[in-house]
Design a protein around this ligand. Sequence first.
Ligand code: EPU
Length: 306
Amino acid sequence: MRDVQRDLLARELEARCRGKLRRDEPLGKHTTFGLGGAGDLFFAPADLDDLSRAVPLIKDAGLPIFPLGGGTNTLVRDGGFRGMVISLTAGARQIDIGDDEVIAQAGASTQRVARQCQRAGKTGLEFGCGIPGSIGGAIRGNAGAWGGETLDHLTGLRGIDLKTGEEISLAQSDIAFGYRHADLPADLLIVEAGFRVREGDPQVIAATMDRMLAERKHAQPLSNRSSGCIFKNPPGHSAGALIDSAGCKGMAVGAVEVSDIHANFMVNLGGHCADDVLALIARVRDRVFRVHNIELEAEVRIVGDP
Ligand code: EPU
């Protein structure tokens, strides 16, 4: 039954929308980890009009939907995703900088938003200069670095409930959020968001960003494929320091290894198997629990079938 709905939806999207529609798309192509299974359907609307045309079709099909951002904090399991993956990174990445607010479409890169603010002399979002991924993903996971967190700066967002087709507008005060967490409706596709900014000196902002980027380059394995930090920092602790002192650096399953530069990164040295990451996550959690009596919680979003 689901196959019939899937084929029907694919044909309808191809007939009525301008965006890219792929069947059995390997999702490793769309994640920074570069591994895992395929999505039954992968749809990237050409722009927001195209998305509006697609929404009623998607809603009526009733398939499971996974909104994929920049794929930086996502691990797709080897069985892939039985449903439709929707990506706004090609068709919705406009950034408009106003006096005290920046409006960014959900597919815009977090790093580009930070850089454009710097060029326009707007301060507040420089912490995003080294955070890979899209604005939609940064909101979902309340991405942060150097003390800055995405939701702290959010004014509000617009999105679509993909189960009902309804438009949703939320102010920052409507959303409960915390460290690496934003409490958002499960079926919400974030379309656009606003962020508070202030006047600043472009050169001063650039200098701050240079410092952040240099620190990141020194402390993190940026030349390898990874999903960023794999675990959340437990309250009062650094996951990286706990994993390191538990002796996990260099631990590996298949081609996936605990980075010897930063122990909270797992790097993919050429593998294709999400199971290897999951097995390494389990091993590291187990070792850290035995040594430190602390349970690590995954930060990476794990999706799809085993
Ligand atoms: N440390 C070790 N060994 C390691 C790694 C770190 O001893 O292998 C020690 C460091 O020496 C330092 C402490 O642990 O004393 C904290 O490390 P770091 O400064 O690298 O910060 P972090 O807590 O590991 C957090 C975020 C990063 C973000 C950086 C910079 C989390 C899970 N991680 O890392 O975010 O880039 O701060 O602000 O919150 C991400 O979320 O994907 C991510 C990379």
